[in-house]
Design a protein around this ligand. Sequence first.
Ligand SMILES: [Zn+2]
Length: 439
Amino acid sequence: MSPVTSAAAKPAAHPREDALLSAIEGRADELVALTRDLIRFPTVNPPGDAYRPCAEYLGERLRKRGFAVEYVRAEGSPGDTDEHPRINVIARWEGASPGPCVHFNSHIDVVEAGDGWTVPPFEGVVKDGRVYGRGACDMKGGLAASVIAVEALIDSGVPLPGALEISGTADEESGGYGGVAWLAERGWFSKPRVDHVIIPEPLNVDRVCIGHRGVWWSEITTEGRIAHGSMPFLGDNAIRHMGAFIDELERRIYPQLGNLDTAMPVVPEGARTPTLNINSLHGGQPDVTGTGLPAPVVADSCRIVLDRRLLIEEDLEEVKAGIHNLLDGLAQTRPGFRYKIRDLFEVRPSMTEPDRPVVRFTCEAVEQVLDKPAQIVCSPGTYDQKHIDRIGRLRDCIAYGPGILDLAHQPDEYVGIDDMVSSAKVMALSAYALLTRQA
Ligand SMILES: [Zn+2]
């Protein structure tokens, strides 16, 4: 399938827009400094470290520039404690007259640094035109770009109708329940407060992301009966039962996954079909002594976690039924087969329409800044758009930001400085068009 591109002809730059673009160019150093400052807050999730200082740093910066700033703690959300409060910051700048509201939403949390780094992960090292650090690409570089874009737009002095909002939200990496989901349930991501949302996730500087695939994680446990390992015929091995189930997956589920045509332009193209991963498999007794010699017994339980990704053409209940049917079939045909299945996590696929103003104007801005057509894509994994769509009932939402998707969560994560500047320009032009050019 060929990439979907925006068909709009290259728009002519307006002198006012040219001035805005050079103003952003002039703020490149400030953009780098802001990104480095944000990386220095080690907002690792789990457990949710340094959320408050990071949110306050962002809020304080914007308050000084005339934004009304609110801090919202997602009290009682998963992981929220006095030690690790789920603090979100939302800053709003009111324009000169009534009009739409354009909101830039970034998550402030990052995943743990992990091993394999050649630079310190929380210092914001600048090298070879890049800023390195955990969260540089996912997504503090995008957050910084949106802040510079909005500030430059406001400072341009052009009378702007409507409102501009910037939020820094918690817990995206763990599902967004203490962040965007919490706020969406309380009206922060719905009309009439907000009309358009841009999420600066790292989907590459020339791509406009209109949605993401869905997810279903399930835990399946097979049960057996413990016995001495020298006399397995006296027990019933749960690992062998699980082997039979995995064999069914191989024979009956995996071959079907590639057969679906989708309207979702997912990147990379390999993810343009449903996918199924076995995230983990654990069976038998744990090796408690660390000697590599677990107890010599017949395994009485075996557990796997399945990670099924869905396209918009699929029905989550049907997908679940397919797995339940396999298990029920085994229970009927395989002596001793007993199982339990539990849903761990689920998200329905989400995709907005490519003709929405937020998509059209952002594509137009990409073309204007980068001199090439934008590619309209969907993300293989989920991000907070699901909550804005399902809970906030706001369809006008995209992800657009600097940074290379593949680098997210890796060691030596970085964001290119040129890409950050370009994406800030795109965000400013898009916001300007959304505020001023809509009927
Ligand atoms: Zn992210």
